[in-house]
Each structure stands twice: as C-alpha cells, then as structure tokens.
Ligand binder design. Sequence first.
Ligand SMILES: C[S@@+](CC[C@H](N)C(=O)[O-])C[C@H]1O[C@@H](n2cnc3c(N)ncnc32)[C@H](O)[C@@H]1O
Length: 188
Amino acid sequence: MDVPGVVLEARARAARAGFRLSSDDEVGQLLAALAGEVPEGGRVLELGTGVGVGLAWMVSALVAAGRDDVEIVSVESDPAVAALVVAVDWPPFVRLVEGDVLDVLEDLGTFDLVFADAQGGKWEGLDRTIAVLRPGGVLVVDDMRPLSSWSDGQRSKKEMVRRTLLRHPDLDAIELDLGTGVIMSTRH
Ligand SMILES: C[S@@+](CC[C@H](N)C(=O)[O-])C[C@H]1O[C@@H](n2cnc3c(N)ncnc32)[C@H](O)[C@@H]1O
C-alpha cells in the first residue's frame, strides 16, 4: 500500500519534533481500513493524538473514499504536542481536543471506532473507554507485544489490558500479530 501524503507529512512532523511514539505503518493501515468502513454518519475517537500519524491514516482513508459524513475526535494531553497538530490543515470532520482523556471522555459521546493509544483510557480507565463504544463498534489497542525492555509495571499493566479485553463480556476480541501487537475488539 502506498503511504498517503498526509501520513508522510505527519511522519516528517514527528521527525522534526523528535516524537518517537507514532503508530507504525501496519497499525496505520488497519486504522485506515477500519475508518473507511465506519457506518454513515459515524464517529471515530483517538485517545492520544501524538503528532497525528494515526489520525493521518484515518483521514486519508475517508478523504480517498470521498466521505465527509464521519467525525473524528482526537484527544491529546501534552500542550506542546497538541500545538503541532492544531497547526495542520485537517479536513473539517476532524475535531482536536486538548486535555486529559480521563477528564473529557464522557463529554465526547459514543463512537463506532476507538483507537485507545494513550495511557489514559487504556492503562487507566479502560472500562470507561469500552463504555463509549457503540454496539458493533470496534476498539483497537496496539503496543501489546511484550518487549524485553518493559518494566515489571509496564508488563503488568499491559497484561491487565489484554485480560480485560479478551475476557470482557461485552466484547469479541482477537489478538493480531501486526505491527507492535494489536488487540482488536468488537462490542456486541
Ligand atoms: C503513543 S502516542 C500517540 C500516537 C498516535 N496515536 C499515533 O497514532 O501516531 C501517545 C500520546 O498520548 C498522549 N497522552 C498520554 N496520556 C494521555 C492522556 N491521559 N490523555 C490524553 N493524551 C494522553 C501522549 O502525550 C502521547 O502524545
């Protein structure tokens, strides 16, 4: 798959800023595929905008499909990082929120696709994130493949995320050997 221009711009922004936490291309392509399939009038939520690489993948899929009926809301708590993304000329269907996910989550409504990519709403408050998923909605988390560099604390938090998703009574969840390790869950 070609990497869309808006993603290349986001990667360049990350390089300039020395931001090393952006999504990898495999996760980006998964997000693009899922965003393109959000139902008409649907809503997408990203927790942790970073410098906008994952957001760029989702935006590029919707623009390529000629869709402007979907709203993407993306939340970032670091003001310096958020400022880099606000400066980008995103399509009008993108809404950027600066704040801590744990302070704003319930004010944002419900969603057909959620990419939980911040500590808030993933390591902490995962149940609150699951609660904003609409029936049939899809939740994506990445960075789930264990690394030898993880601390014991990181390992136990990730294992908690994994167990919560795979055993949740409202979710059908699957582990995907993709990018940094993905768990994709659908809410019944
Ligand atoms: C892994 S990066 C996001 C990468 C981005 N989603 C992408 O696809 O390129 C995580 C981001 O979440 C932000 N973050 C961490 N805790 C947060 C919280 N509680 N609320 C909002 N953003 C948070 C960090 O500042 C960081 O920019």
